[in-house]
Design a protein around this ligand. Structure first.
Ligand SMILES: Cc1ncc(COP(=O)(O)O)c(C=O)c1O
Length: 392
């Protein structure tokens, strides 16, 4: 495909090779395929990511989604999973043997944080957590010969802290893995910056309609094939139905992400300075501590923002009850504006001190801005804050 085309254009063309000319994604539901001869089976059973053998090895609809993702990431290959956590678990299990070491960041999705805090130690994998916004901290935590993986998330969920990918990509030795879920494949291109693997929870903006649970990782073919070997054994493979929905989602990702970014920007500006709002975090605000990095590296500032409401959990409960346009739920990147209370949902598994370290308080609210009219969303949140505010 023409590499001069913008990612928004490539998203419309990618992943159509096995479609028989159909414009919409084709659903291949079969879990198994006829085998011509034992010699044929012996060969394809060992072929990485073969799409017409057995469902745990691969599937043509899933393959179309993977091909589309590889195209968008500028990668040799991609591999899809049953969820974002399926991707993270399989990547780490396949790359990190007992006795190895991972460097990650404190500002990271709660599920990943729990994996690093609970699963890794049980397997004898050591983890060092750093402040991801401090480029020097990553390199300083690397133990030559032992650190197998550097795991970053940027922009990070929910406080939208950024990692300087140029600095991260320059670190030699460990494999550098970036969770780019919040930024989407259209927001940044980590593989162009020396990052080895970029992954997404495609359950979010890529699927884009709250009807697909999926993860995906992209990188060099040799590395993706290695991870595939573990996928077949661990079994966190995606449903072809979800891959079909994610492919459909990719086609409109550009338009959705652009609109959601613009509305999120307007909402962040409207909330900043409100007397009941202690702070607002959005990469497009000049008040974001890494605003310069955001301007330099993000193609879109994104549809996610968070803010801290005066009055803690009680004020948040009241605020949520007054929302009329936005829905209260857990996820982001869908067409509806979704408001989430991270302390009781995405980060509910964290101890209070871990929450504090991640910069999340009982008053922190995350907003995934949807596709509704900008003024309706801004008014809805403002009115709900005012109705719940002790100062009004
Ligand atoms: C940044 C990030 N990575 C990974 C995940 C896990 O994805 P999934 O819920 O698809 O397992 C999430 C889920 O919220 C997330 O926000």
């Amino acid at each position: 495909m023409n590499q001069d085309w913008a990612p928004e254009t490539r998203a419309m063309r990618a992943g159509r090779d096995d479609n028989g000319g159909a414009l919409a994604p084709v659903l291949w539901a079969s879990t198994t395929y006829e085998i011509a001869a034992p010699s044929h089976a012996a060969r394809i059973a060992k072929t990485p990511r073969v799409s017409k053998f057995y469902a745990r090895h691969g599937n043509p609809t899933v393959r179309a989604f993977e091909d589309a993702m590889a195209e968008l990431e500028g990668a040799e290959a991609s591999l899809a999973f049953a969820s974002g956590m399926g991707a993270i678990s399989t990547i780490l299990l396949s790359l990190c043997p007992t006795g190895s070491h991972i460097v990650s960041q404190r500002q990271i999705y709660g599920g990943t944080l729990q994996w690093l805090g609970v699963v890794a130690p049980r397997l004898g994998i050591e983890v060092t957590m750093v402040d991801g916004t401090d480029p020097g901290a990553w390199a300083a935590a690397v133990r030559p010969g032992q650190t197998q993986v550097i795991l970053a998330e940027t922009p990070a969920n929910p406080r939208l802290d950024l990692v300087d990918l140029d600095a991260l990509g320059a670190i030699m030795g460990p494999l550098k893995v970036v969770d780019a879920t919040v930024g989407t494949p259209l927001g940044q291109q980590p593989l162009t910056k020396g990052i080895d693997l970029v992954m997404h929870s495609a359950t979010k903006a890529i699927g884009g309609h709250n009807d697909a649970c999926l993860g995906v990782v992209s990188g060099e073919k040799e590395l993706i094939d290695w991870i595939w070997g573990y996928t077949v054994l661990l079994g966190a493979v995606p449903s072809p139905f979800d891959a079909m929905n994610a492919l459909r989602g990719l086609r409109s990702l550009g338009a959705r992400f652009r609109t959601q970014s613009a509305t999120a920007h307007a909402l962040a500006e409207a909330l900043e300075g409100h007397p009941s709002v202690r702070w607002v975090r959005y990469p497009g605000l000049a008040s974001h501590p890494q605003y310069d990095l955001a301007k330099r590296t993000l193609r879109h500032f994104g549809g996610l923002l968070c803010f801290d409401l005066d009055g803690g959990r009680e004020a948040v409960s009241e605020f949520l009850g007054h929302l009329k346009v936005a829905r209260v739920a857990t996820s982001f990147g869908g067409p509806e504006t979704i408001v989430t209370h991270p302390a009781t949902t995405t980060h509910a598994g964290l101890e209070p001190e871990e929450l504090a370290e991640a910069g999340i308080s009982e008053g922190t609210v995350r907003v995934s801005v949807g596709l509704e009219d900008t003024e309706d969303i801004v008014r809805d949140l403002r009115e709900a804050i005012e109705a719940s505010s002790p100062t009004q």
